[in-house]
Design a protein around this ligand. Sequence first.
Ligand SMILES: *[C@@H]1O[C@H](CO)[C@@H](O)[C@H](O)[C@H]1NC(C)=O
Ligand SMILES: *[C@@H]1O[C@H](CO)[C@@H](O)[C@H](O)[C@H]1NC(C)=O
Ligand SMILES: *[C@@H]1O[C@H](CO)[C@@H](O)[C@H](O)[C@H]1NC(C)=O
Ligand SMILES: *[C@@H]1O[C@H](CO)[C@@H](O)[C@H](O)[C@H]1NC(C)=O
Ligand SMILES: CC(=O)N[C@H]1CO[C@H](CO)[C@@H](O)[C@@H]1O
Ligand SMILES: CC(=O)N[C@H]1CO[C@H](CO)[C@@H](O)[C@@H]1O
Length: 777
Amino acid sequence: MGTLWSQERPPEEEQPTEQSRWWAPARQLLTAVLLLGLLLGSSVILFYIFRSCGPRPCEMPACRDLLEYYRASGNTSAPRCTDFFSFACAEAKGANSSFQALAEENKSRLQRILEAPRSWPLGSGEEKAFQFYHSCLDTDAIEAAGAGPLRQVIEELGGWPISSNWTSLDFNRTLRLLMSQYDHFPFFRAYLGPHPTPPHMPIIQFLVWTLSFLALCPQPIPFLGLLLLLLTLSILFPEAILHGTGPMSPHLSSPSSTHPLLSSLSCVQIDQPEFDVPLKQNQEQKIYAQIVRTYLTYLNQLGTLLGGDPSQVEQHAFLSISTTSRLFQFLRPLEQQQAQEKLFQMVTINQLQEMAPAIDWLSCLQATFTQMSLSPSQTIVVHDLDYLKNMSQLVEEQLSSHSNFLQSHMIFGLVGTLSPALNSPFREARKLLNQKLQELTGRPRVPAYTREMKCVEETGAFFEPTLAVLFVHEAFSPSTQSAAMDLFTDIKDALVTRLRKLPWMDEETQKKAQDRVTQLQVEMGAPGWAMTSVLTSHKYSEVHLGPNFLQSFLSGVRSRQARIIQSFLEPFPHHRWQVSPWGVKAYYSASDHVVVFPAGLLQPPFFHPAYPRAVNFGAAGSIMARELLHIFDQLLLPGNCPGCDTHALEREQQCLESHYAAFPLHGGTSFSGFHSLLESAADVGALAIALQAYNKRLLWHRGETTLPNLDLNPQQLFFRSYAQVMCRELSTQDSQDTQSPPTLRVHGPLSNTLAFAKHFHCPDGALLKPSRRCQLW
Ligand SMILES: *[C@@H]1O[C@H](CO)[C@@H](O)[C@H](O)[C@H]1NC(C)=O
Ligand SMILES: *[C@@H]1O[C@H](CO)[C@@H](O)[C@H](O)[C@H]1NC(C)=O
Ligand SMILES: *[C@@H]1O[C@H](CO)[C@@H](O)[C@H](O)[C@H]1NC(C)=O
Ligand SMILES: *[C@@H]1O[C@H](CO)[C@@H](O)[C@H](O)[C@H]1NC(C)=O
Ligand SMILES: CC(=O)N[C@H]1CO[C@H](CO)[C@@H](O)[C@@H]1O
Ligand SMILES: CC(=O)N[C@H]1CO[C@H](CO)[C@@H](O)[C@@H]1O
C-alpha cells in the first residue's frame, strides 16, 4: 500500500493546477471507499462460504456405530446445564464403565482372532497359541481327566498328608518347586524389577538415584548411614536437593534422561506375598468371622475333592487359615505402608539368611532365577525386613510343632491359583468363594466371564508376544497410529503453550517444565517390536502342550515366568511395557520418562481416525493430556516448587477444593486427601488442554465433521465425548478409589470451563456455570 501511494503521489517540483488540487483528495477518498467496500464485500462472501461449508455429517460406519453407542449410553432429555452426567451416561449399566466396555471389546477382538479359521505353520507360536486356546475350551476333556492331573502335581511336590502317600516334609524342596515351577509364592514374593523409586519423596528419591549409580545390585551401604549423609548434604547444599539443579533434580529431571541405561538395571526383590483372602483383623469383627467361615468352607471343599477324610481336612484347613491370619498380622499397618510405601533395604543373601533362617534363600532364589547366577554375597532389595523376620519365625515354629500342616497350607494355596485349569467342581468352588468375598468386602462385582473370555485371558497371558502382533495387525494399523501421534503432538503443544501462561510458576520452573515435556518419549499402540515384527517370530520352544490341560497350563506358567525374568536381564534401551497392547490403561513411567498409550485404548468410542475431530480430542485427547499432567504431580505437593509463587499455587488449590465441594454427592465420598486433589487437578487441566488443542486445530484446519442426527455442534460434541470417558454406573465406586465419583469427574472439569457454558447456552447460576473458575493448570 505504501509503495502504491508513493508512486501515485505527484512529483514535488510540478506546479499543482486548480483542477488537480481539487481532484487529489477526492481521488484518495474514492480509493479508500472502494477499498473499504472491497474488504466488506469479501468478508461477507467469506462469511457465507464458511457458513455454507460448516460441519458435514460423518457418514462413515465408524460414526454410525458411535452414534448408536451415544444414544444407548445417555439420556438426551436430561438437563445439560445441571446434569451433564445423565445426559451422557444415564444408561451405563452394572460395572460397565466405558473403560470396562472397551476392555471387553478388546478381549472379544482377541477371541475373534483366536477363533478365525486359519492354518498356521506347524510349531509356530501362533499354532501353539491357537492349540492352547482350543484345549482350554475343551471342557469335556478337562472333566474326563477329573482330579487326576492335580493329584499328579501334588505327588511331584512331595505328596499331601491328607490325601496321598506321605512320608515326610522337605519344606525347602517344596517351596523351591512352588517358586520355580509353579510361579507360586506362599510366604513372600520374589521378582526381578528395576530399583524402586518412591514417588512424592524427593529426598528418598535422591537416595535411590545415588544408589542407582553404583551398578547392578550395588553392594550394601548401611542404609541409615547413607540417609545421614544425605541429610547432611541437604543441610550443606539445600539448593542442590530442593531446586533440583543438575542431574539430581527431584522433580524435573529423570534419572533415565541422564543415564539411559539405568532402566535396564534390575535386582532380585523380596516383598510381601499376595494373599488369597483379606484376613486383616482390624476389619469389623463380624465381617472377619464371616470371611474366615467362607474361606474355611472353601478349603474343606478342596480337601474333600482331593479325597481327604473330612474331619482331617477340617483340621488342616483351620490351621492354614490361622497361618494366613498370622502372616497378615506381620504386615505393616496401612498408614505405615503408605508413609514408607516404597522404602526398602539392600542386603546380601547371606545377611537375609541370618535374619530369616527358616528359608533356604539361595537355593530357592537360584531355582527361580535360573538365568542368573546368584552367590551368597549377591545383594538383593528387601521391601519389608520385619515381615520376613517374623514370617521366618512363624515357619520355624510351625515346622517344629506340626510340620504336616505347613505342607497343607502350601498345597491349598497352589490349588487356589490353579483353579482356572482344573475341572468344574474346583472351578465352581472358587467362583463361589470369590462371589462371597466380593459381597463381604464390598468390592465392586467383577462380571462373571464366560469360559471363552477366561481362555482368551489365559492365552493372552501365556502367548503375549504372538497375540500382541496379531492384535496390532487387526486393530491398530499404521494410519491409526499416525493419526494418534498427530493428536498427541497437538496435545503436547497445547500443554507447552499452557505452561508458559501459568501464573503460579516462575520462569525457571516454566522453562524446565517445558524441557521436560519436550524430552518426553511416547509409545503409541504397542512396543516397537510388535508394530514392525512379522508374524511367527516367537516360537515358545519351551511350551509343551499336553498330555492334559493342567500340564499345558503349567507349561505356559513356566514359559511366562522365564520370559518376564529374561526381559529384565536383557540390556534394554527402550521402555519395557507394563501393559498388553490390548490393555486399556495409559500410564506415565517416571523412571523412563515415557508415556504409554496401548492400542486397546485408542479404539472406539474414544478414538478412530474417521471420527469427527471433536470426538478424538474430547476423549483420547483428554486422556493423553491427563497422563502428561501427571508428570508434574510432584510440583503441586507442598514445598516441592520453592521457586513458584506458593501463595498463588495454594490459592488455586483451595479454589479447586471449594469448586468441587459445591457439587452435591450421590452417596460418594467427598473430596478428600491430596491424592484426590491431584487427580481432580489433572482432570480439570486435561479438559482445558484438550479444548485448547482442539480450538487451535479448528482455527488452522477446516473440514470439520459432526455426527448426523445428534443435534450437537462440533464444540458440543467435544464435551459429550469428554464425558463419555468417565461414564460408569454410580454404585460401582470402589471405596478404595482415590478418584472422585464419576459425576464429579464430569461436572467438576466441565463447570470449570467457560466454553462449556457458552456452547450449551447455560444461564448464569446454573450448576455447571458457577461464577468463579480456577486455573491450576
Ligand atoms: C431422562 O431425563 C429426564 C429428565 O431428567 C427424566 O425425566 C427421565 O426419566 C430420564 N429418562 C430415563 C430413561 O432415565
Ligand atoms: C457392557 O456394555 C457393552 C456394550 O455397551 C456390552 O457389549 C457388554 O456386554 C456389557 N457388559 C456387561 C458386563 O454388562
Ligand atoms: C501310593 O504309592 C503307591 C506306590 O508308590 C501307589 O501305587 C499308590 O497309588 C499311591 N497312592 C496314592 C493315593 O497316591
Ligand atoms: C531350609 O533351609 C534352611 C537353610 O539351609 C535351613 O536353615 C532350614 O532348617 C531348612 N528347613 C527345613 C525344614 O529343612
Ligand atoms: C506381630 C509380631 O509378632 N510382630 C513382631 C515382628 O518382629 C518384631 C521384631 O523383629 C517384633 O517387634 C514384633 O512384635
Ligand atoms: C485379553 C485381555 O486380557 N485383554 C485386556 C483388555 O483390557 C483389560 C484392561 O486393561 C486388560 O486387563 C486385559 O488384559
